[in-house]
Design a protein. Structure first.
Length: 207
């Protein structure tokens, strides 16, 4: 039904967050661009043929959005891996995936159209759900005719696996099974989320 699209590392400052990730993995991320109206901008690096890492932080050139920035970035004191996105598999749609999530008791939120301008001036478009639980409940994205960022961002790292803890691991495992993704979820008092990557610095864990 779905596949991992990208993982999201959020930070209170884009330069500092990008530098921290680059030091961990041993390679550089590429500038992405601003997200108009959201008050954020990003940098990116590929983690495989169809999956990538997004580093997202406030954009000082945009006004503060009235409802705050996504992923509770405004409340962050340091960068961390915050959540992940999934996309529909071939033959499925974003509506199919959100319906499967809703059937498991998770409200993915409305599907909204988004866009940003890349550094080369190209404007890219996508649709995504605007609501997601922390860490282990993904949001859903659909790229349409836009080139997937994993194919046009720096390569050298590979996503090996995702893992985390949750107070109700059975519910999260059932959700993941329903949408067809694999994440190693164990019981824990709090929600945590981590990604294991093969990198120029060897195998590392991004938290």
């Amino acid at each position: 039904m779905a596949a991992i699209d990208h993982i999201v590392y959020a930070a209170p400052n884009l330069a500092a967050g990008t530098a921290a990730v680059e030091a961990l993995v041993g390679m550089s991320a590429a500038p992405g661009g601003p997200h108009p109206g959201m008050g954020t901008r990003n940098t990116l690096m590929s983690l495989g043929d169809d999956v990538y890492l997004e580093i997202i932080a406030p954009d000082p050139e945009q006004p503060d959005p009235p409802n705050g920035r996504p992923f509770d970035i405004d409340a962050m004191n340091e960068g961390r891996l915050i959540t992940f996105a999934i996309h529909a598999s071939d033959g499925e749609t974003i509506e199919d995936v959100t319906a499967a999530m809703a059937a498991c008791g998770e409200d993915p939120g409305p599907i909204s159209a988004m866009s940003r301008v890349k550094p080369d001036g190209e404007e890219i478009h996508w649709s995504l759900t605007m609501s997601a639980g922390p860490g282990l409940v993904p949001f859903v994205i659909e790229w349409g005719n836009t080139t997937h960022p994993a194919t046009v961002t720096p390569t050298g790292c590979t996503l090996v696996s995702l893992s985390g803890t949750h107070p109700d691991p059975d519910h999260i495992r059932a959700l993941h099974s329903a949408i067809g993704i694999e994440v190693d979820v164990t019981a824990g008092d709090t929600v945590t989320f981590a990604a294991t990557l093969d990198t120029p610095n060897g195998r590392v864990t991004l938290l």
